[in-house]
Design a protein around this ligand. Structure first.
Ligand SMILES: *Cc1c(COP(=O)(O)O)cnc(C)c1O
Length: 470
Protein backbone atom coordinates (compact mmCIF):
# COMPACT_ATOMS: atom_id res chain seq x y z
CA UNK A 1 0.00 0.00 0.00
CA UNK A 2 1.32 3.49 -0.78
CA UNK A 3 1.64 5.91 2.15
CA UNK A 4 -1.70 7.56 2.65
CA UNK A 5 -0.65 10.55 4.76
CA UNK A 6 2.76 12.00 3.90
CA UNK A 7 4.02 13.94 6.92
CA UNK A 8 6.90 16.27 7.73
CA UNK A 9 8.39 17.13 11.14
CA UNK A 10 7.98 20.52 12.79
CA UNK A 11 11.60 21.41 12.10
CA UNK A 12 10.83 21.02 8.37
CA UNK A 13 8.48 24.04 8.35
CA UNK A 14 10.01 26.28 5.64
CA UNK A 15 12.42 28.97 6.87
CA UNK A 16 11.76 31.30 3.90
CA UNK A 17 8.79 32.30 1.75
CA UNK A 18 9.19 32.27 -2.04
CA UNK A 19 8.40 35.46 -3.99
CA UNK A 20 7.53 34.93 -7.67
CA UNK A 21 8.02 38.58 -8.68
CA UNK A 22 11.67 38.32 -9.89
CA UNK A 23 10.74 35.19 -11.87
CA UNK A 24 7.67 36.55 -13.71
CA UNK A 25 7.84 36.56 -17.53
CA UNK A 26 7.58 40.36 -17.42
CA UNK A 27 7.28 43.03 -14.70
CA UNK A 28 3.96 43.53 -12.93
CA UNK A 29 2.09 46.66 -14.08
CA UNK A 30 2.02 49.31 -11.31
CA UNK A 31 -1.01 50.35 -9.23
CA UNK A 32 -2.59 53.55 -10.58
CA UNK A 33 -3.77 56.40 -8.37
CA UNK A 34 -7.19 57.38 -9.75
CA UNK A 35 -6.72 60.99 -8.56
CA UNK A 36 -3.45 61.58 -10.44
CA UNK A 37 -3.92 58.97 -13.23
CA UNK A 38 -0.26 58.09 -12.56
CA UNK A 39 1.44 55.07 -11.01
CA UNK A 40 0.98 55.41 -7.26
CA UNK A 41 -0.23 53.49 -4.26
CA UNK A 42 -2.74 56.02 -2.87
CA UNK A 43 -3.79 55.25 0.72
CA UNK A 44 -1.78 52.01 0.93
CA UNK A 45 1.10 53.39 3.11
CA UNK A 46 -1.41 54.74 5.64
CA UNK A 47 -3.06 51.39 6.38
CA UNK A 48 -0.20 48.84 6.36
CA UNK A 49 2.96 48.48 8.49
CA UNK A 50 6.31 49.19 6.79
CA UNK A 51 7.44 45.55 6.85
CA UNK A 52 4.34 44.51 4.87
CA UNK A 53 4.76 47.31 2.31
CA UNK A 54 8.38 46.22 1.92
CA UNK A 55 7.24 42.68 1.13
CA UNK A 56 4.49 43.94 -1.17
CA UNK A 57 7.01 45.62 -3.47
CA UNK A 58 9.93 43.26 -2.83
CA UNK A 59 12.04 41.99 -5.73
CA UNK A 60 13.80 39.45 -3.48
CA UNK A 61 13.22 35.82 -4.42
CA UNK A 62 13.46 34.42 -0.87
CA UNK A 63 12.18 36.20 2.26
CA UNK A 64 13.02 34.98 5.78
CA UNK A 65 10.11 33.83 7.92
CA UNK A 66 10.53 35.36 11.42
CA UNK A 67 11.20 32.75 14.14
CA UNK A 68 8.17 34.09 16.10
CA UNK A 69 5.94 33.31 13.10
CA UNK A 70 7.40 29.81 12.61
CA UNK A 71 6.76 29.24 16.32
CA UNK A 72 3.02 29.94 15.80
CA UNK A 73 2.95 27.94 12.53
CA UNK A 74 3.94 24.92 14.67
CA UNK A 75 0.40 24.83 16.10
CA UNK A 76 -0.80 23.26 12.82
CA UNK A 77 2.11 23.10 10.36
CA UNK A 78 3.45 21.19 8.53
CA UNK A 79 0.07 20.15 7.13
CA UNK A 80 -0.47 16.65 5.70
CA UNK A 81 -0.24 15.70 2.04
CA UNK A 82 -2.70 12.90 1.30
CA UNK A 83 -2.56 10.28 -1.41
CA UNK A 84 -6.25 10.01 -2.43
CA UNK A 85 -6.27 6.21 -2.39
CA UNK A 86 -10.03 6.04 -1.84
CA UNK A 87 -10.84 8.45 -4.65
CA UNK A 88 -8.47 6.74 -7.10
CA UNK A 89 -10.19 3.44 -6.38
CA UNK A 90 -13.71 4.89 -6.69
CA UNK A 91 -12.85 6.48 -10.04
CA UNK A 92 -10.96 3.39 -11.28
CA UNK A 93 -8.33 5.74 -12.69
CA UNK A 94 -4.72 4.90 -13.51
CA UNK A 95 -3.85 8.45 -12.33
CA UNK A 96 -2.24 9.13 -8.96
CA UNK A 97 -4.07 11.84 -7.00
CA UNK A 98 -2.58 13.83 -4.12
CA UNK A 99 -4.10 16.64 -2.06
CA UNK A 100 -2.51 19.05 0.38
CA UNK A 101 -4.88 19.63 3.29
CA UNK A 102 -4.98 23.08 4.94
CA UNK A 103 -8.21 22.39 6.88
CA UNK A 104 -6.19 21.37 9.96
CA UNK A 105 -5.44 25.02 10.92
CA UNK A 106 -7.11 26.67 13.97
CA UNK A 107 -9.67 28.45 11.75
CA UNK A 108 -10.10 25.60 9.25
CA UNK A 109 -8.37 26.93 6.13
CA UNK A 110 -5.07 28.24 4.74
CA UNK A 111 -5.81 31.83 5.87
CA UNK A 112 -3.78 31.80 9.14
CA UNK A 113 -0.60 31.31 7.04
CA UNK A 114 -0.78 35.04 6.26
CA UNK A 115 -2.89 36.30 9.19
CA UNK A 116 -0.11 35.32 11.61
CA UNK A 117 2.75 37.23 9.91
CA UNK A 118 0.47 40.22 9.26
CA UNK A 119 -0.50 40.42 12.95
CA UNK A 120 3.15 39.88 13.94
CA UNK A 121 4.55 42.75 11.83
CA UNK A 122 1.76 45.06 13.06
CA UNK A 123 2.48 44.21 16.68
CA UNK A 124 6.21 44.91 16.11
CA UNK A 125 5.42 48.37 14.70
CA UNK A 126 3.08 49.36 17.54
CA UNK A 127 -0.37 48.82 15.97
CA UNK A 128 -3.08 48.31 18.61
CA UNK A 129 -6.06 47.21 16.52
CA UNK A 130 -6.56 45.46 13.16
CA UNK A 131 -9.56 46.00 10.89
CA UNK A 132 -10.61 43.76 8.05
CA UNK A 133 -13.50 42.44 5.96
CA UNK A 134 -14.60 38.86 5.56
CA UNK A 135 -16.86 37.14 3.04
CA UNK A 136 -17.72 33.64 4.17
CA UNK A 137 -15.96 34.23 7.49
CA UNK A 138 -12.78 32.23 6.87
CA UNK A 139 -10.51 35.25 6.76
CA UNK A 140 -12.21 36.99 9.70
CA UNK A 141 -11.73 33.87 11.84
CA UNK A 142 -8.07 33.56 10.85
CA UNK A 143 -7.36 37.24 11.55
CA UNK A 144 -9.18 37.03 14.91
CA UNK A 145 -6.98 34.06 15.83
CA UNK A 146 -3.75 35.81 14.78
CA UNK A 147 -4.66 39.09 16.56
CA UNK A 148 -5.33 37.11 19.74
CA UNK A 149 -1.93 35.39 19.53
CA UNK A 150 -0.08 38.74 19.42
CA UNK A 151 -2.33 40.62 21.86
CA UNK A 152 -4.06 42.92 19.33
CA UNK A 153 -7.73 43.92 19.07
CA UNK A 154 -9.57 42.98 15.87
CA UNK A 155 -12.66 44.42 14.14
CA UNK A 156 -14.21 42.39 11.32
CA UNK A 157 -16.81 43.59 8.77
CA UNK A 158 -18.64 40.51 7.55
CA UNK A 159 -20.75 40.50 4.35
CA UNK A 160 -24.40 40.59 5.52
CA UNK A 161 -25.49 37.55 3.45
CA UNK A 162 -22.86 35.34 5.14
CA UNK A 163 -23.35 36.94 8.58
CA UNK A 164 -26.96 35.73 8.47
CA UNK A 165 -26.18 32.35 6.82
CA UNK A 166 -23.20 31.42 9.00
CA UNK A 167 -23.73 32.63 12.58
CA UNK A 168 -21.10 30.19 13.89
CA UNK A 169 -18.33 32.04 12.08
CA UNK A 170 -19.11 35.21 14.06
CA UNK A 171 -19.16 33.19 17.30
CA UNK A 172 -15.76 31.75 16.41
CA UNK A 173 -14.36 35.28 15.95
CA UNK A 174 -15.88 36.26 19.31
CA UNK A 175 -14.28 33.19 20.91
CA UNK A 176 -10.88 34.46 19.68
CA UNK A 177 -11.75 37.86 21.22
CA UNK A 178 -12.60 39.86 18.07
CA UNK A 179 -15.67 42.00 17.31
CA UNK A 180 -17.67 41.26 14.16
CA UNK A 181 -20.27 43.49 12.44
CA UNK A 182 -22.60 42.77 9.53
CA UNK A 183 -21.67 44.84 6.44
CA UNK A 184 -23.01 47.23 5.24
CA UNK A 185 -22.97 48.63 8.79
CA UNK A 186 -23.81 52.06 10.15
CA UNK A 187 -20.30 52.38 11.63
CA UNK A 188 -18.78 53.89 8.46
CA UNK A 189 -19.60 56.50 5.77
CA UNK A 190 -19.33 53.80 3.09
CA UNK A 191 -21.76 51.51 4.94
CA UNK A 192 -24.25 54.28 5.75
CA UNK A 193 -24.29 55.38 2.11
CA UNK A 194 -25.17 51.88 0.86
CA UNK A 195 -27.82 51.44 3.60
CA UNK A 196 -29.44 54.76 2.66
CA UNK A 197 -29.84 53.50 -0.92
CA UNK A 198 -30.81 49.95 0.04
CA UNK A 199 -31.62 49.23 3.71
CA UNK A 200 -31.85 45.49 2.92
CA UNK A 201 -28.49 45.27 1.11
CA UNK A 202 -26.98 41.78 1.47
CA UNK A 203 -23.54 43.34 1.03
CA UNK A 204 -20.50 42.28 -0.98
CA UNK A 205 -16.79 41.84 -0.37
CA UNK A 206 -16.21 45.14 -2.20
CA UNK A 207 -18.49 47.00 0.26
CA UNK A 208 -16.98 45.30 3.32
CA UNK A 209 -13.45 46.22 2.14
CA UNK A 210 -14.55 49.87 1.84
CA UNK A 211 -15.78 49.78 5.44
CA UNK A 212 -12.67 48.10 6.87
CA UNK A 213 -10.30 50.45 4.99
CA UNK A 214 -12.28 53.51 6.11
CA UNK A 215 -12.13 52.30 9.73
CA UNK A 216 -8.32 52.04 9.47
CA UNK A 217 -8.02 55.49 7.85
CA UNK A 218 -10.29 57.27 10.35
CA UNK A 219 -8.42 55.65 13.26
CA UNK A 220 -5.03 55.87 11.59
CA UNK A 221 -3.06 56.32 14.83
CA UNK A 222 -3.72 52.92 16.35
CA UNK A 223 -5.48 50.89 13.64
CA UNK A 224 -4.19 49.15 10.52
CA UNK A 225 -5.99 47.25 7.80
CA UNK A 226 -5.25 43.62 6.92
CA UNK A 227 -6.20 41.74 3.78
CA UNK A 228 -6.76 38.03 3.24
CA UNK A 229 -5.92 37.69 -0.47
CA UNK A 230 -5.06 39.46 -3.78
CA UNK A 231 -2.03 41.44 -2.51
CA UNK A 232 1.41 40.08 -3.25
CA UNK A 233 2.55 39.86 0.38
CA UNK A 234 -0.43 37.60 1.12
CA UNK A 235 0.33 35.26 -1.78
CA UNK A 236 3.95 35.01 -0.78
CA UNK A 237 3.08 34.09 2.82
CA UNK A 238 1.00 31.22 1.42
CA UNK A 239 4.00 29.62 -0.32
CA UNK A 240 4.66 27.54 2.82
CA UNK A 241 1.94 25.33 1.29
CA UNK A 242 3.76 24.57 -1.97
CA UNK A 243 7.23 24.43 -0.39
CA UNK A 244 6.07 21.76 2.05
CA UNK A 245 4.22 19.90 -0.72
CA UNK A 246 7.37 19.68 -2.83
CA UNK A 247 9.30 18.05 0.02
CA UNK A 248 6.43 15.68 0.72
CA UNK A 249 6.25 14.57 -2.92
CA UNK A 250 10.03 14.07 -2.91
CA UNK A 251 9.56 11.64 -0.01
CA UNK A 252 7.41 9.43 -2.26
CA UNK A 253 9.51 10.18 -5.35
CA UNK A 254 6.72 11.86 -7.31
CA UNK A 255 6.09 15.16 -9.14
CA UNK A 256 2.81 16.62 -10.43
CA UNK A 257 1.82 16.66 -14.12
CA UNK A 258 -1.01 19.00 -13.25
CA UNK A 259 -1.81 21.27 -10.28
CA UNK A 260 -5.39 22.30 -9.42
CA UNK A 261 -6.74 24.81 -6.90
CA UNK A 262 -9.64 27.23 -6.56
CA UNK A 263 -9.29 31.00 -6.92
CA UNK A 264 -11.18 33.62 -4.92
CA UNK A 265 -8.47 36.26 -4.79
CA UNK A 266 -5.83 33.72 -5.77
CA UNK A 267 -3.77 33.38 -2.58
CA UNK A 268 -4.12 29.68 -1.76
CA UNK A 269 -3.62 28.59 -5.36
CA UNK A 270 -0.54 30.81 -5.71
CA UNK A 271 0.76 29.38 -2.43
CA UNK A 272 0.69 25.89 -3.91
CA UNK A 273 1.66 26.78 -7.47
CA UNK A 274 4.52 29.29 -7.10
CA UNK A 275 7.16 26.84 -5.80
CA UNK A 276 6.43 24.48 -8.72
CA UNK A 277 6.56 27.42 -11.13
CA UNK A 278 9.98 28.23 -9.62
CA UNK A 279 11.19 24.72 -10.55
CA UNK A 280 10.00 25.39 -14.08
CA UNK A 281 11.74 28.76 -14.57
CA UNK A 282 14.91 27.55 -12.86
CA UNK A 283 14.89 24.46 -15.10
CA UNK A 284 14.69 22.08 -12.14
CA UNK A 285 11.28 20.62 -12.99
CA UNK A 286 11.41 16.98 -14.12
CA UNK A 287 8.12 17.46 -16.03
CA UNK A 288 6.14 20.05 -18.02
CA UNK A 289 3.67 20.72 -15.22
CA UNK A 290 0.32 22.30 -16.13
CA UNK A 291 -1.24 24.86 -13.80
CA UNK A 292 -5.04 24.98 -13.80
CA UNK A 293 -7.08 27.24 -11.51
CA UNK A 294 -10.82 26.78 -10.97
CA UNK A 295 -13.48 29.41 -10.31
CA UNK A 296 -17.28 29.65 -9.96
CA UNK A 297 -19.48 30.32 -13.02
CA UNK A 298 -21.34 32.68 -10.64
CA UNK A 299 -18.16 34.77 -10.25
CA UNK A 300 -16.13 34.13 -13.43
CA UNK A 301 -13.54 36.92 -13.18
CA UNK A 302 -10.83 35.18 -15.20
CA UNK A 303 -12.99 33.24 -17.69
CA UNK A 304 -15.47 36.07 -18.39
CA UNK A 305 -14.02 39.23 -16.80
CA UNK A 306 -11.71 41.73 -18.49
CA UNK A 307 -8.01 42.21 -17.80
CA UNK A 308 -7.80 45.92 -17.04
CA UNK A 309 -7.45 48.44 -14.23
CA UNK A 310 -10.24 48.52 -11.63
CA UNK A 311 -10.70 49.40 -7.98
CA UNK A 312 -10.42 46.70 -5.35
CA UNK A 313 -13.46 48.01 -3.46
CA UNK A 314 -16.95 49.34 -4.16
CA UNK A 315 -16.41 52.80 -2.64
CA UNK A 316 -13.30 53.26 -4.85
CA UNK A 317 -11.02 54.01 -1.89
CA UNK A 318 -8.25 51.65 -3.06
CA UNK A 319 -5.91 52.43 -5.97
CA UNK A 320 -6.63 50.96 -9.41
CA UNK A 321 -5.29 47.42 -9.64
CA UNK A 322 -4.25 45.67 -12.91
CA UNK A 323 -6.35 42.51 -12.81
CA UNK A 324 -9.15 40.45 -14.38
CA UNK A 325 -12.36 42.03 -13.06
CA UNK A 326 -16.13 41.78 -13.25
CA UNK A 327 -16.39 45.44 -12.14
CA UNK A 328 -16.06 46.90 -8.63
CA UNK A 329 -19.87 47.28 -8.40
CA UNK A 330 -20.31 43.48 -8.79
CA UNK A 331 -22.97 42.12 -6.41
CA UNK A 332 -22.64 38.34 -6.34
CA UNK A 333 -25.49 35.85 -6.45
CA UNK A 334 -25.80 34.17 -3.05
CA UNK A 335 -23.85 31.05 -4.04
CA UNK A 336 -22.34 28.93 -1.32
CA UNK A 337 -18.67 29.20 -2.19
CA UNK A 338 -18.48 32.55 -0.36
CA UNK A 339 -14.69 32.67 -0.66
CA UNK A 340 -14.91 32.78 -4.47
CA UNK A 341 -17.23 35.79 -4.71
CA UNK A 342 -14.67 38.61 -5.09
CA UNK A 343 -14.89 40.68 -8.30
CA UNK A 344 -11.15 40.75 -8.98
CA UNK A 345 -8.05 38.56 -8.71
CA UNK A 346 -4.38 38.80 -7.77
CA UNK A 347 -2.42 40.75 -10.45
CA UNK A 348 0.15 37.93 -10.71
CA UNK A 349 -2.61 35.47 -11.69
CA UNK A 350 -3.74 37.88 -14.41
CA UNK A 351 -0.21 38.30 -15.72
CA UNK A 352 0.54 34.55 -15.67
CA UNK A 353 -2.75 33.97 -17.49
CA UNK A 354 -1.94 36.51 -20.19
CA UNK A 355 1.51 34.96 -20.60
CA UNK A 356 -0.09 31.51 -20.96
CA UNK A 357 1.69 30.10 -17.90
CA UNK A 358 -1.63 28.95 -16.41
CA UNK A 359 -5.30 28.54 -17.34
CA UNK A 360 -8.61 28.76 -15.48
CA UNK A 361 -11.76 26.64 -15.70
CA UNK A 362 -15.20 27.61 -14.34
CA UNK A 363 -17.76 25.23 -12.79
CA UNK A 364 -21.30 25.73 -11.51
CA UNK A 365 -22.17 24.92 -7.92
CA UNK A 366 -24.26 21.83 -8.67
CA UNK A 367 -21.45 19.98 -10.49
CA UNK A 368 -19.10 21.20 -7.76
CA UNK A 369 -21.22 19.68 -4.98
CA UNK A 370 -21.53 16.46 -7.03
CA UNK A 371 -17.72 16.29 -6.94
CA UNK A 372 -17.66 17.15 -3.21
CA UNK A 373 -20.08 14.29 -2.49
CA UNK A 374 -17.95 11.83 -4.44
CA UNK A 375 -14.88 13.02 -2.54
CA UNK A 376 -16.56 12.73 0.88
CA UNK A 377 -17.77 9.21 0.20
CA UNK A 378 -14.31 8.11 -1.01
CA UNK A 379 -11.98 10.01 1.33
CA UNK A 380 -14.04 10.73 4.45
CA UNK A 381 -13.20 14.45 4.63
CA UNK A 382 -15.88 17.13 4.13
CA UNK A 383 -14.46 19.90 1.93
CA UNK A 384 -15.50 23.57 1.94
CA UNK A 385 -17.45 24.46 -1.23
CA UNK A 386 -14.53 26.57 -2.53
CA UNK A 387 -11.92 23.77 -2.80
CA UNK A 388 -14.69 21.49 -4.08
CA UNK A 389 -14.11 23.40 -7.36
CA UNK A 390 -10.54 22.06 -7.37
CA UNK A 391 -11.83 18.57 -6.57
CA UNK A 392 -14.14 18.82 -9.60
CA UNK A 393 -11.15 19.73 -11.79
CA UNK A 394 -9.04 16.87 -10.39
CA UNK A 395 -11.83 14.29 -10.81
CA UNK A 396 -12.43 15.33 -14.43
CA UNK A 397 -8.70 15.01 -15.13
CA UNK A 398 -8.57 11.58 -13.47
CA UNK A 399 -11.51 10.46 -15.62
CA UNK A 400 -9.74 11.70 -18.77
CA UNK A 401 -6.75 9.59 -17.68
CA UNK A 402 -9.06 6.60 -17.37
CA UNK A 403 -10.07 7.05 -21.01
CA UNK A 404 -6.53 7.51 -22.32
CA UNK A 405 -4.87 5.09 -19.92
CA UNK A 406 -2.36 7.72 -18.80
CA UNK A 407 -0.96 7.38 -15.27
CA UNK A 408 -0.63 11.11 -14.61
CA UNK A 409 0.17 12.57 -11.21
CA UNK A 410 -2.60 15.00 -10.21
CA UNK A 411 -2.11 17.40 -7.30
CA UNK A 412 -4.80 19.64 -5.85
CA UNK A 413 -5.22 21.92 -2.85
CA UNK A 414 -7.89 21.12 -0.28
CA UNK A 415 -7.66 24.58 1.26
CA UNK A 416 -10.36 24.20 3.92
CA UNK A 417 -12.92 21.97 5.59
CA UNK A 418 -16.67 22.44 5.22
CA UNK A 419 -17.84 22.17 8.84
CA UNK A 420 -19.45 25.63 8.71
CA UNK A 421 -21.01 24.94 5.32
CA UNK A 422 -23.44 22.22 6.29
CA UNK A 423 -26.46 24.42 5.40
CA UNK A 424 -25.10 24.45 1.84
CA UNK A 425 -24.73 20.67 1.85
CA UNK A 426 -28.27 20.42 3.20
CA UNK A 427 -29.58 22.47 0.29
CA UNK A 428 -27.63 20.29 -2.13
CA UNK A 429 -28.77 16.98 -0.64
CA UNK A 430 -32.39 18.14 -0.61
CA UNK A 431 -32.12 18.91 -4.33
CA UNK A 432 -32.72 22.66 -4.01
CA UNK A 433 -29.32 23.91 -5.14
CA UNK A 434 -29.39 25.79 -8.46
CA UNK A 435 -26.61 26.28 -11.02
CA UNK A 436 -25.87 29.94 -11.76
CA UNK A 437 -23.96 31.66 -14.56
CA UNK A 438 -23.03 35.32 -14.34
CA UNK A 439 -24.10 36.94 -17.65
CA UNK A 440 -21.40 38.47 -19.88
CA UNK A 441 -23.77 41.37 -20.52
CA UNK A 442 -23.52 42.42 -16.88
CA UNK A 443 -19.74 42.50 -17.09
CA UNK A 444 -20.01 44.76 -20.14
CA UNK A 445 -22.39 47.10 -18.30
CA UNK A 446 -20.00 47.42 -15.36
CA UNK A 447 -17.07 48.10 -17.71
CA UNK A 448 -19.03 50.79 -19.53
CA UNK A 449 -19.76 52.50 -16.19
CA UNK A 450 -16.09 52.29 -15.21
CA UNK A 451 -14.99 53.90 -18.48
CA UNK A 452 -17.60 56.69 -18.13
CA UNK A 453 -16.18 57.37 -14.67
CA UNK A 454 -12.57 57.41 -15.96
CA UNK A 455 -12.55 58.38 -19.66
CA UNK A 456 -8.72 58.16 -19.58
CA UNK A 457 -8.75 54.50 -18.54
CA UNK A 458 -8.21 53.10 -22.07
CA UNK A 459 -4.95 54.98 -22.34
CA UNK A 460 -3.70 53.66 -19.01
CA UNK A 461 -4.77 50.11 -19.89
CA UNK A 462 -2.98 50.32 -23.20
CA UNK A 463 0.19 51.75 -21.68
CA UNK A 464 0.61 49.26 -18.83
CA UNK A 465 -1.40 46.12 -19.62
CA UNK A 466 -1.99 45.60 -23.33
CA UNK A 467 1.60 44.92 -24.20
CA UNK A 468 2.21 42.04 -26.59
CA UNK A 469 2.43 38.69 -24.82
CA UNK A 470 6.02 37.45 -24.95
C1 LIG B 1 -10.57 32.54 1.37
C2 LIG B 1 -10.79 31.22 0.87
C3 LIG B 1 -10.76 30.97 -0.52
C4 LIG B 1 -10.49 32.02 -1.57
O1 LIG B 1 -9.34 32.79 -1.41
P1 LIG B 1 -7.98 32.59 -2.19
O2 LIG B 1 -7.22 33.82 -1.89
O3 LIG B 1 -8.28 32.45 -3.65
O4 LIG B 1 -7.34 31.38 -1.64
C5 LIG B 1 -11.00 29.68 -0.94
N1 LIG B 1 -11.27 28.70 -0.08
C6 LIG B 1 -11.30 28.89 1.25
C7 LIG B 1 -11.59 27.73 2.14
C8 LIG B 1 -11.05 30.16 1.77
O5 LIG B 1 -11.05 30.35 3.08
Amino acid sequence: MPTRKILLNEDEIPKQWYNIVPDLPRPLPPFIDAATKQPGVGIVPRIFPKAIIGQEISQERWIDIPEEVREVYRIWRPTPLFRAIGLEKALKTPAKIYYKYEGVSPSGSHKPNTAVPQAFYNMKEGTKRLSTETGAGQWGSALAFAAMIFGLKATVYMVRASYDQKPYRKMMMNAFGAECFASPSNRTEAGRKILAEDPDSTGSLGIAISEAVEDALVNEEETNYTIGSVFNHVLLHQTVIGLETKRQLEMVDDYPDVVYGCIGGGSSYSGLMWPFYYDKVSKKAPKETKFIATEATACPKVTKGQYQYDHGDTARITPLVPMHTLGHDFIPAPIHAGGLRYHGIAPTISLLTQEKQMTTEAYNQVEVFDAAKQFIRAEGIIPAPEPAHAIKGAIDEALRCKKTGEAKTILFLLCGHGFFDMAAYDEYFSGNLQPYEYPTKKVEESMKKLHTLYPWLDEVNKKYISCEPL
